[in-house]
Every structure is written in C-alpha cells, then in structure tokens.
Design a protein around this ligand. Structure first.
Ligand code: FAD
Length: 323
C-alpha cells in the first residue's frame, strides 16, 4: 500500500502560517514518494490551496463552513475527521502550535492512535522514519519509531525547512461538505493583543528581555533591535511577573517554546525554566552584567555588560551593516 499523508494547514487572518509549509516538508519525507494531501479548514480559505501545492502538497481538500471561521476544537475536529474518513491516510501531520496542541490529542484519541508530538527532526523516510523530539524540557532528545497503526506527528515550528516554493506545481483541489453540529463553544469575537506583526513562535530572530530590563520602557531598545532584524520580542517570566511586558511574550517551560535562528537574551539569568523554551535556538547571544549568569552556559556568544549600553551599540552596528 502506498503512503498517503494528511497535513493540516493553518491560516491566521487570511494568511497561511509558515509552519504549514514546514509540515508539508515533513509529510513529504513521511510519504516517501506517496501522496501528500493538504487540508484547509475555515471560512473563505480555499483560495490558499494553490500555495500549499506550490510548497509541495500533491492535492488539497478544503472544508468551508461559517462555523469554521474561527478555530474551535469541536468544529475543526469534525471537519478534520470527515476529511480523514474520506482519505484514509497512513499518516497525519499538524504543526506543534496552540491549535495543533489543542486539536492533535483530540483527533488522535478519536482514531485510537498514538501521537508523537513536538517533533524537531525526522531521520529516514516512510515506514523507516525515526522521529526526534525533545524531552525533560529540552535536556534530552528521544527517538521514536512507529511500529504499527497511523503515524501521527506534530512538528515544532522553525525546525524542519520548508521546500522551495514552486508556483509551476499543479494539483487537484476538492471541497468536502461537512455538517458542523453540536458546537459547545461559539466564538463571538476575537480580540488580539497588539503585536509588532512577527509571530514570536515562528520568528527567525527573537530579542528577549528579562528582569534586567527593569521597566516597560526598558523594552523599547529591544523592540527597536527586533524590528531592525525582522524579529519579535520575547521575555522571561521574571519580566512578565514584574509587569514590564505581557505574558503572551513569555518564553520557557510555562510559556512559548521558540527555536529561532538567532536568540538574543538581554538581562536574563538563564533559569532552567527559561532555557526549556529557547535552548534549541540555532545561535544564542547572551547579554548580562553578571559573568557567572547561567545563560552564558548555553550561549554561543556572551557579552558581559550593561544591556542599555550593548543594545544601542548593536542597533548602530546593524544599521551600519544595513541588515
Ligand atoms: P532574574 O533571574 O532576576 O535575572 C535578571 C538578570 O538580569 C540577572 O542575571 C542580572 O545579572 C541581569 N541584569 C540586571 N541588570 C542588567 C543590565 N543592566 N544589563 C545586563 N544584565 C542585567 N521563567 C521563564 O523565563 N519562563 C518560564 O516559562 C518559567 N516557568 C516557570 C515555571 C515554574 C514552575 C517556576 C517555579 C518558575 C518558572 N520560571 C520561568 C521562573 C524562573 O525560575 C526564573 O525566576 C525567571 O526565568 C527569572 O527571570 P529573569 O532571568 O528575567 O530574572
């Protein structure tokens, strides 16, 4: 039997999230020459199908319904299960995002399947694929292989490179009509916190501040640096607890997990709970007055100094480089 992989695409404010393309790349590896079917769920999302195909999906199934305009686990699980029952894939891939983390266990339990969550790397392909995922807050990695049944994985954003976009690729797009019933939650309105626009969990550059930033105003130079590098601002819990910034910026064990190409930690001591959310970043730069700060143990580059002197210098240098 040839492999067929269903991959759920995520749409936010009418735009496909990057993690969808990364999930397609993972699906290609799992399909090992088999078919990758993108799934688009929402209200007014079908026009995005071509982009999924350009990023490697062989085919796309869309489910449109007014009740699917905003995510609810009841609505999306009904829609996704209907596609699953139509397609009968051997594997399912979601992004390890807030949506994916909510929906994947629900779907996996309905399918009586196991779930390999938060995969950061896949070795091999097809039925021989080995899934690598961090455990114990990132202190160790485990390798998981599927012996039987459906392969169901969620992939951590920013870890699996998407395929190169090819607008010349073609594939069929079909609509599946699903009756969405018995919703226990009706979303009346979504009120978004104002952000700079770059999604923290998908940002390639994160500039994070800790208690050493000392005030909400202290975050301004960090925001400037992040804007200059096309990145997002994050924070330690220390900074959030001190009310210097919103909890939506918190990175760590009880916050967001990020794996950007560049993580700049300013005025963050490097508590184990913070490291759990950022230690897998590709390059870590730490700025701290205390040369003994724990953050230096995970940093690729350490700057011992006052962040209020160092960050403006970095801004000046990056401006001069015209990044
Ligand atoms: P501090 O530890 O106070 O460090 C501030 C640092 O700033 C110091 O190293 C200091 O040398 C430096 N500094 C001060 N001024 C300057 C300056 N001008 N220039 C440069 N450096 C300066 N924490 C998280 O971050 N994320 C989590 O998800 C999280 N979850 C937790 C869950 C549990 C169950 C528990 C118990 C704790 C959790 N914590 C979490 C809290 C964590 O243990 C630490 O308390 C927190 O990370 C400390 O934040 P901080 O590094 O900003 O502050």
């Amino acid at each position: 039997m040839s492999n067929k992989v269903l991959v759920l695409a995520e749409v936010r404010e009418g735009v496909l999230r990057n993690v969808s393309f990364e999930a397609i790349a993972a699906s290609k590896q799992i399909a090992d020459g088999g078919e990758v079917v993108g799934v688009l769920i929402g209200d007014g999302v079908s026009q995005l199908a071509g982009e999924l195909i350009a990023y490697g999906a062989d085919r796309v199934v869309t489910v449109e319904h007014p009740h699917l305009k905003t995510y609810t686990s009841d609505g999306f699980s009904q829609a996704f299960l209907a596609v699953y029952n139509q397609e009968k894939p051997n594997a399912v891939v979601f992004g390890h995002t807030s949506l994916g983390k909510d929906l994947s266990p629900k779907i996996a339990s309905k399918l009586q399947s196991g779930l390999i969550s938060d995969v950061t790397e896949i070795e091999g392909s097809g039925s021989a694929a080995v899934y690598i995922r961090p455990i114990y807050s990132g202190k160790a990695f485990e390798k998981v292989k599927v012996k039987e049944g459906i392969t169901f994985v969620t992939v951590r954003p920013n870890n699996i490179a998407p395929l190169t976009k090819d607008t010349g690729r073609t594939g069929a797009v079909s609509a599946l009509s699903v009756e969405i019933t018995n919703l226990r939650t009706i979303i009346k309105e979504v009120v978004r916190k104002s952000t700079t626009g770059v999604d923290l969990s998908e940002a390639k550059v994160v500039v994070a501040g800790g208690r050493g930033v000392k005030s909400a105003e202290g975050f301004e130079p960090l925001q400037q640096l992040a804007d200059l590098l096309g990145g997002a601002v994050g924070a330690s819990r220390g900074a959030c607890d001190a009310d210097y910034c919103d909890y939506s910026l918190q990175i760590g064990q009880t916050g967001k997990v990020v794996t950007p190409d560049l993580y700049i930690a300013a005025g963050i001591s490097g508590a184990i709970q913070h490291l759990a959310g950022m230690s897998n970043s590709k390059v870590i730069v730490a700025i701290n007055k205390d040369p003994e700060a724990n953050i230096f143990k995970v940093a690729d580059y350490g700057i011992v100094g006052d962040l209020f002197e160092v960050i403006p210098l970095l801004i000046e240098e990056f401006k001069a480089l015209k990044v």
